[in-house]
Ligand binder design. Sequence first.
Ligand SMILES: Cc1cc2nc3c(=O)[nH]c(=O)nc-3n(C[C@H](O)[C@H](O)[C@H](O)COP(=O)(O)OP(=O)(O)OC[C@H]3O[C@@H](n4cnc5c(N)ncnc54)[C@H](O)[C@@H]3O)c2cc1C
Length: 374
Amino acid sequence: MTRADVLVVGGGIAGVSVAYELAATHRVVLAESEAQLAYHTTGRSAALYFENYGHAAIRPLSKASRRFLEHPPPDLCDVPLLTPRGGLTVARRDQIDLLDEAEEEGRAAGTDVRRLDPDGCVELVPALRGELLGGGLWEPGAADIDVAALHQTYVRGIRSRGGEVRRKAPVSTLRPLTDGWEAQVGDDELTVGYVVDAAGAWGDEVAVAAGVDPVGLQPYRRTAFMVPGREEWKTWPMCIGVAHDWYFKPDGIQLLCSPADETPSPPCDARPEDLDVAIAIERINAITSLGIRSVRSAWAGLRTFAPDRAMVIGPDPGNPRFVWLVGQGGTGIQTAPAAARLAAALLRGDDLDPDLVEAGVDPDALSPARLTER
Ligand SMILES: Cc1cc2nc3c(=O)[nH]c(=O)nc-3n(C[C@H](O)[C@H](O)[C@H](O)COP(=O)(O)OP(=O)(O)OC[C@H]3O[C@@H](n4cnc5c(N)ncnc54)[C@H](O)[C@@H]3O)c2cc1C
């Protein structure tokens, strides 16, 4: 029997970031089912920081995360976590309405977005077929994230603060006590004050195991694959269709491509389907002169959303000793530093950090109460 203050369920980016924050004030144990941390969605992302993306309520979390990503604690990380990339959203001639909407959303969130004509788009990505384009939206601040280094920064930080990270440690049962939980974690029993649910696609399953009402999470499969690239493509920005139905970005000398698919899936070890890869190739070849024919590697991951597509962060209204940190959808990496600080502040009952407030983070819009108190 082990005693701790907090049990964090899940060793993806959500789990390690919140465990790091809480380890500053609490005895934390993080438990991950798999032998390898970040094995699921966190290890399968496109690794981009792209502010003009996702539900309005999570955009302030992206903004508020930038400072940590630019200046991680030097004793925990000695490589840059962000590398300038830039993001170009492109519209065909019949998609100008969508481009107007994307521009409005970006401006409303205070993101630096600049409208480009078709020539401006082709200047940035010469493979685009300018004759098909109506225009583009340029986000100069978009950047590549070193996801492995970010994840490792948090793991190092947990350990340096005296926290414990357990692998091959599935959390199977959670019995409520008057002041916390008795948890079965692998072969061990833990008594803890709080449980933080950072179990990604399995978030609702963990809640049900604790006797907490689920919030209605839905995982969706997303496919990505690498194709051979060229040296001169390495500096291109990430390029995404304004209808969010394809994207590509350089990854070293390869191009990372996706059909931006969203196929509902149960929580599982997601695998790519050949058809989704073929659809992406067709769409990207239609709008560019890339002529993609061969694929080097393909993978898929689950992006998990709450019904309204905002994240779910904070103590459960029915049992405040169960704290949600789920529904990261397609922005869980770029929002992790701020989302973790928000979850930690809500668990402790602290005021929000001033920079979260300044960025416009609204805890009510992210609270589980919006989904469970119907
Ligand atoms: C193709 C693709 C591209 C993406 N691109 C980007 C991007 O460019 N930028 C961005 O910010 N985001 C992106 N995302 C989204 C991002 O990857 C996710 O939002 C993020 O990784 C979710 O992290 P997580 O920790 O919540 O989930 P996960 O990484 O899935 O971690 C959850 C963990 O919980 C563990 N677990 C579950 N149940 C239990 C249990 N009972 N006991 C113990 N452990 C348990 C699981 O094994 C898992 O390791 C992308 C996703 C995909 C698939």
